[in-house]
Ligand binder design. Structure first.
Ligand code: HPA
Ligand code: ZN
Length: 347
């Protein structure tokens, strides 16, 4: 690591807001704010079982991953037209810009839409158009990662892949999300092997609620380049050594972990331990409309609760660039911008 300029502790919040960063773990359907859910429900004539935005928000009291997923898939049911997918992604990208996110790799869950009769191209074209416009109008680069739903079968994942392949140039990789426990990565061995042959990047949620074994098999059976969440890895010292040695990126989502009761309090989160064990940790928002904050909220609250410092901030931002699926030259430019912001806030 380069020498990081000393920054006064009281300027760390400003630093966290201003520093350029990449977001690598954001489910676009999880950025759908209640106001937008109601607006889309009205314009598409989709009934929702809540009387108001406030009543819907009050339902966001989760006890675990599944209790969240049930309401998250119901919310996504208001997305029907290509414009809906565009509007959802654009709203996120504007918030990302405000948080000084320079690059986002965005997950989407096409099977939750195609199961309702929405065409794969409606989903991908709407999201992709927002990504293109963000590059031109916001100066934010954004790309898409198609996630397979792990509670469904591998056969259904193959069908989703088949439907998406005509739009191959509009997404950069595949991921694996939804209900983790009982659906180990190896259930998707063949479809991930096929995605590897197609030159798609591969990532998977593992070790969010599930055991460290799922992180091992995501790496060894699915061949993933990053682990999404991965916080349960701390229970396995041998796995921790491997993740550190190979610098496997973990896309950690602190407010998500808090809201889904993975840790009882943010103060109890193990992010500092993971970082200090030499893991390539990044900070991400996961499903910001449901978990109480976008990327800067995650940084600010986590630093406040766990006592992370400016040195950690530099490491986390640089890790987000290193772990992204962009070229070395682009990563170097973002790192230079990071160093400029640090220099400008020097004590
Ligand atoms: N875990 C698994 N699946 C998900 C998540 C998550 O945090 N968010 C949206 N789908
Ligand atoms: Zn996630």
């Amino acid at each position: 690591m380069a020498t990081i300029p000393a920054i006064a502790a009281d300027r760390v919040p400003e630093l966290l807001r201003r520093m350029p960063k990449a977001e690598l773990h954001i489910h676009i359907e999880g950025s759908l704010e209640p106001e937008l859910i109601f607006a889309m429900a009205r314009r598409n004539g989709v009934p929702i079982p809540y009387a108001s935005v406030d009543e819907l928000r009050r339902a966001y009291a989760f006890t675990n991953l599944q209790s969240f997923l049930d309401i998250y898939y119901a919310g996504a049911g208001v997305l029907v037209a290509e414009q809906d997918f565009f509007d959802m992604a654009w709203a996120y990208l504007e918030k990302a810009r405000a948080d000084n996110v320079v690059h986002a790799e965005i997950f989407f869950d096409p099977q939750t839409h195609t199961a309702r009769g929405v065409a794969m191209e409606t989903v991908i074209n709407g999201l992709h158009r927002a990504c293109e416009q963000a590059r031109e109008q916001l100066g934010v680069s954004a790309s898409l990662i198609l996630c397979f739903l792990r509670h469904l079968s591998e056969e259904e994942a193959f069908q989703a892949l088949e439907q998406a392949l005509p739009l191959r140039d509009k997404f950069i990789g595949v991921g694996l999300d939804s209900s983790e426990v009982g659906h180990p990565p190896e259930k998707f061995a063949r479809v991930f092997a096929r995605c590897g042959e197609l030159g798609l990047h591969r990532v998977a949620h593992a070790g969010e609620e599930g055991p460290p074994e799922y992180v091992w098999t995501a790496l060894d059976v699915l061949g993933v380049e990053r682990i999404d969440h991965g916080v349960q890895s701390a229970r396995d010292p041998q796995l921790m050594r491997r993740l550190a040695q190979e610098r496997v990126p973990l896309t950690v989502c602190p407010l998500s972990n808090l809201k889904l009761c993975v840790f009882p309090r943010l103060e109890d989160h193990n992010i500092r331990r993971l970082l200090e064990a030499g893991l390539a940790v990044t900070v991400n928002s996961d499903d910001p409309a449901y978990f109480g904050g976008y990327l800067n909220d995650n940084f600010l609250q986590t630093f406040e609760a766990t006592g992370l410092t400016a040195q950690h901030a530099w490491q986390l931002a640089n890790n987000s660039f290193e772990a992204s699926f962009v070229g070395a030259e682009q990563k170097r430019r973002w790192r230079d911008r990071l160093d400029e912001v640090f220099a400008s806030l020097q004590a």
